[in-house]
Design a protein around this ligand. Sequence first.
Ligand SMILES: Cc1cc2nc3c(=O)[nH]c(=O)nc-3n(C[C@H](O)[C@H](O)[C@H](O)COP(=O)(O)OP(=O)(O)OC[C@H]3O[C@@H](n4cnc5c(N)ncnc54)[C@H](O)[C@@H]3O)c2cc1C
Length: 417
Amino acid sequence: MSKRVLIVGGGVIGLCTAYYCALRGFTVTVLERNAGQRDGCSFGNAGMVVPSHFVPLAAPGAVALALKWMWNPASPFHLRPRWSWDLFSWCARFWRAANAEHIRRAAPLLRDLSLASRAGYDELAGALGSNFGLVKKGLLMLCKEPHTLEEEAKTAGRARALGIPAEVLDAKQTAARDPDVRMDVAGSVYFPLDCHLVPDRFLAGLEKRLHELGVQFIWNAPVVGWQRTEKSIVAACSSIGEHEADEFVLCGGVWSQNLTRELGLGLPLQAGKGYSLTLPRPRQLPQICAIFSEARVAATPMGGALRFGGTMEIAGLNEDINPARVRGIIAAVPKYYPDFRPEDFDGLEPWCGLRPCSPDGLPFIGRTAKFSNLSIAAGHAMMGMSLGPVSGRLMAEILSGEKPAWDISQLSPDRYS
Ligand SMILES: Cc1cc2nc3c(=O)[nH]c(=O)nc-3n(C[C@H](O)[C@H](O)[C@H](O)COP(=O)(O)OP(=O)(O)OC[C@H]3O[C@@H](n4cnc5c(N)ncnc54)[C@H](O)[C@@H]3O)c2cc1C
């Protein structure tokens, strides 16, 4: 009988893990607390696959920027102060990780994983037999201010040193790169290897393929605990029963932390809430996805629609919509795309999702030392879509007993235990 793998969580990381495990002949079950018609973090995001994002969230300057933005309700970042030991220790760990040495170690790994994931999406575009809108035309990092362009140009230099192509463009060259949208910017950095896709279409196509591969889905089954021995997991206990398996993979996004507490594993995660708004018939439709550098807003064409996403709100595990943050995103759009109007967004329902953020900005991927058959793939923060296929592939390699294709010791789920 083939190895039975039980995956907790049906977001992009859970489904990609299920896919690569099924390809290896494992008997795979996905347990998801929500119904099949779910709408979590993996569905309404900006859909960017970004080798250009080789700098993790915990980077030098991030703490100073966060403190500056914190007091402005419409800024791209907010941390709601509250008495919480988890929050306090997460912040202290973030602060400790935000240094140049961390970036030096993490950047080459993030580059390799993003490029492998990009190749993974290429393969999946063929394998799924469904069009999930993969567009490989690059990304424009748009800068309104000359000094921001100078900063982004330095990042472009670091990208090139890592072997990631990046071109610094002035305003005219930026306009020529994407003539389908009028832009009001000082210039941009163009990352030709970045690409974008339609996340919910990708997940629908992947889910369909997983059914064909014999993967079993159990919906409306929140895992609430574990049956275990001292050294291994016997079953995941959900509201509808106990689910035995040979291997357990926790892909529960930001909620993964709750599920590891009773196991005595330290998996520090904070929810980084973000919002998106999708214009079904935008005034103009760019060809290339873009990030508004100062405003930290992403703009992604998705078929004929145009999605804007942004903000990072560390405000606990809730999915309440904060109208001031949404207004901040809307206000940024005409600053960069001057033909757009705030009224274009009237009547649109904002979407929000909780990014699973680790303190050092790197995901947790690998087996836990404490339980021989428990692995974790969570904590991808702003890069879960980007790193989905490679995370799934790595998990399948690990569960097969193979040495992962890259040295992923930096991603160990035990690094805070
Ligand atoms: C506004 C915004 C824009 C973004 N843009 C991008 C982008 O352009 N590119 C990019 O790479 N990333 C982007 N991201 C980040 C990306 O969306 C996340 O990193 C990714 O979705 C995380 O995937 P996940 O599978 O780990 O978590 P989730 O999508 O949260 O999935 C976890 C799943 O586990 C389930 N679950 C949790 N607890 C339990 C339980 N106890 N029992 C059973 N099931 C459980 C949940 O219901 C959920 O379905 C963006 C995020 C936001 C908010």
